[in-house]
Design a protein around this ligand. Structure first.
Ligand code: GSH
Length: 225
């Protein structure tokens, strides 16, 4: 096994990379590094001190990449089948846009406003701040859900006709939202809910979610999706 992924499986960015690896049928080791208690020298392989980092020994002893988007793009270039990025130029740009939108504003909003106050608080043996999570869900998240619902329409994938990086990036943070006990309303966001159910049922996602739920089982949280 030549690939090692460093990072907590609860990170939406680590999950994105793990799903990418599973879809490409690549084996890897997972080293569950926490960015808040990193091992000595972690800053040498992750200058931003963030997770995930990926090491690929098949590329030499210093072959590390420290960003989920860089890692996914690398994996696609090195292991082209199955293709998870569109081949048409505009579709390619659009897929990268959905990845960026999810990775930046959506993860920041739901991570700080929902996952941290509920799941991270519970992991730290503190009470969940459900008031903050509910306020974020009701007042800050709808604009994302409305955008996703509109852009997806009745299609199965965010870009083109096949599963790919846009779908992975959009779906991954919804697992964190679900760990915190929230899921989009089926009546209000039927397309998005249909997409999330189908995407998160893929073995690549389902395997991650199952082990994450086991790890969180003792916290008394209700997974919502
Ligand atoms: N753009 C980066 C973002 C990675 C990121 O922010 N990871 C979070 C964990 S979910 C982290 O390491 N946070 C620690 C910190 O910002 O100090 C990527 O896509 O990998």
């Amino acid at each position: 096994m030549t690939i090692t992924v460093y990072g907590s499986p609860l990170s939406p960015f680590v999950r994105k990379v793990r799903v990418m690896l599973a879809e490409k049928r690549l084996e890897y080791n997972l080293d569950p590094v926490s960015p808040f208690a990193p091992p000595p020298g972690f800053g040498d392989i992750s200058p931003l001190k963030r997770i995930p980092v990926m090491r690929d020994d098949s590329e030499g002893p210093d072959a590390v990449l420290a960003d989920s988007s860089a890692i996914c793009a690398y994996l696609e270039r090195k292991h082209s089948a199955p293709a998870l990025y569109p081949s048409k130029a505009f579709d390619y740009g659009r897929a990268l846009w959905f990845e960026e939108y999810a990775d930046s504003d959506f993860v920041a909003t739901t991570g700080l406003g929902m996952f941290r106050p509920v799941v991270v608080n519970r992991l730290m043996k503190k009470d969940a701040d459900m008031a903050l999570a509910t306020d974020t869900w009701e007042n800050k998240v709808p604009r994302f859900l409305e955008y996703y619902e509109r852009e997806l329409g009745t299609r199965s994938h965010f870009v083109g006709d096949s599963f790919g990086i846009a779908d992975i990036a959009v779906a991954s943070p919804f697992v964190n939202v679900a760990h915190a006990g929230f899921a989009p309303d089926t009546a209000r966001y039927p397309n998005l809910v249909r997409f999330l159910r189908a995407t998160l049922a893929r073995p690549s996602f389902a395997t991650c979610i199952e082990s994450e739920r086991k790890a969180l089982a003792s916290l008394g949280l209700d997974y919502a999706l």
